[in-house]
Design a protein around this ligand. Structure first.
Ligand code: PLP
Length: 435
């Protein structure tokens, strides 16, 4: 949005040089380091609505939204007011509060499969706890996940894990014991036959299948017609639990998440991102029967010093209340369509081959001519072209995720004006990307 002529990120360069001396790779989460696209990450000073401003004073239209949580936009006035009020009553008690009941009620009211819920501090914690619960309930050890799906950085999940891991080109992570990894079986996404075959072979040992019902972490990849229903049928047949990892899709695709949108009911659901309203939160929920296995109701242990933190609950609850009206999701769908129609047209006009996948307010532009339905097809995207496009967009004042294998997020603060400005920027960026 400001002039792209000069190199205007001197202060970011300076801060990054300091950061790499003190923090591994200069960042506290890998993809932020821009290694997938090259260049120096922008250090952010502030954010408001649909925009972020960096330490050099450049303002960007933001489609990362803190990787999903900021569905209301940054620094939402109502969230800030609620936080200020909560702050004055103290930041943490380590004892129960009424707020925890209220957010549990809100989540249970929204998400079809959840009748009881436990709050934790991150999506990673939610998925790690969910898999322990599934193993505790079934008495089985093996876990099936899908290539390119990311479920946080728990040991069991760092096998063919999409986004951050894929961006760095690390197949698996050192430090994950083989004895743990061997309990994780990976299957191609959108391939129900492969899943069936895996169950035919290992069925009696499989505790759970964990899936991103709409994948965000290899870029946006939707389930094919009937696929989630088949996954449900196969897991039921083999008495394995089905875990929908809705850390990204929960309250994003619909108030009840992907399970509402596709009308498929998992056994366990994990949440995060939006339910914290920009503060660190995760949650996992299921039927009462399943959840009553969690300590202290049951024997499956899981705890947290800051779990249910009053500030986090306040930001989350204030956000979730605003997502009660169906009109919110209609607005996000319209915005998603407007943006992606515009991006498709801009790419066509520039003569750049793209496949744009979108579900509601989540989308990814892949630089390929083939349909992207799984990790193998996602990986065919031309990443050099993506890198060029990413930097050209940044130069035009549009902040996209610095990796091909991420979803973009539209929020309620992305007005038509912002969307149209983005499409205009993309017209130039597609042209620039070719050269
Ligand atoms: C972001 C994400 C996680 C991990 O959540 P963190 O809060 O980063 O630990 C897990 N699963 C999915 C689907 C995610 O998108």
């Amino acid at each position: 949005m400001s002039s792209p002529q000069r190199d205007e990120h001197d202060r970011s360069v300076e801060l990054f040089a300091r950061a790499v001396e003190l923090i591994p790779g200069g960042v506290n989460s890998p993809v932020r380091a821009f290694r997938g696209v090259g260049g120096t990450p922008r250090f952010i000073r502030s954010a408001k609505g649909a925009t972020m401003t960096d330490v050099d004073g450049r303002t960007y239209i933001d489609y990362v939204g803190s990787w999903g949580p900021m569905i209301l936009g940054h620094a939402d006035e109502e969230v800030l007011d609620a936080l200020r009020e909560a702050l004055s009553r103290g930041t943490s008690y380590g004892a129960p509060t009424e707020l925890e009941i209220e957010i549990a009620e809100e989540i249970i009211d929204a998400v079809p499969s959840i009748k009881m819920v436990r709050m934790v501090n991150s999506g990673t914690e939610a998925t790690m706890s969910a898999i322990r619960l599934a193993r505790g309930v079934t008495g089985r050890n093996k876990l099936i996940k899908f290539e390119g799906c990311y479920h946080g950085h728990g040991d069991s999940f760092l096998v063919k894990a999409g986004s951050g891991v894929a961006t760095l080109g690390l197949p698996d992570s050192p430090g994950v014991p083989a004895s743990v990894a061997q309990n994780t079986i990976t299957v191609s996404y959108n391939d129900a036959v492969a899943l069936e075959q895996t169950f035919d072979e290992h069925g009696a040992d499989i505790a759970a299948v964990i899936i991103e019902p709409v994948v965000g972490n290899m870029g946006c990849v939707p389930p094919q017609e009937g696929y989630l229903q088949r996954v449900r049928e196969i897991t039921t047949k083999h008495n394995a639990l089905l875990i929908f990892d809705e850390v990204m899709t929960g309250f994003r695709l619909a108030r009840g998440g992907a399970q509402e949108l596709y009308n498929v009911t998992p056994d366990i659901t994990t949440l995060g991102k939006i339910i914290g309203g920009g503060l660190p939160v995760g949650a996992y929920g299921a039927s009462r029967e399943i959840m009553n296995n969690i300590a202290p109701a049951g024997n499956v242990y899981q705890a947290g010093t800051l779990s249910g933190n009053p500030l986090a609950m306040t930001a989350g609850l204030t956000t979730l209340k605003r997502l009660r009206q169906p009109s919110v999701y209609e607005q996000l769908e319209r915005a998603g369509q407007r943006l992606c129609d515009g991006l498709s047209k801009a790419a066509r006009e520039a003569g750049v081959e793209t496949v744009i996948n979108r579900v509601g307010s989540m989308w990814t532009t892949f630089f390929t001519s083939e349909a992207v339905t799984d990790w193998t097809s996602a990986a065919k995207s031309n990443r050099a072209l993506f890198g060029n496009f990413f930097h050209a967009m940044l130069n035009e004042g549009v902040y996209l995720a610095p990796s091909q294998f991420e979803a973009g997020f539209i929020g309620l603060a992305h007005t038509d004006e912002f969307l149209d400005r983005t499409v205009e920027a993309a017209g130039k960026a597609f042209e620039a990307a070719k050269n």
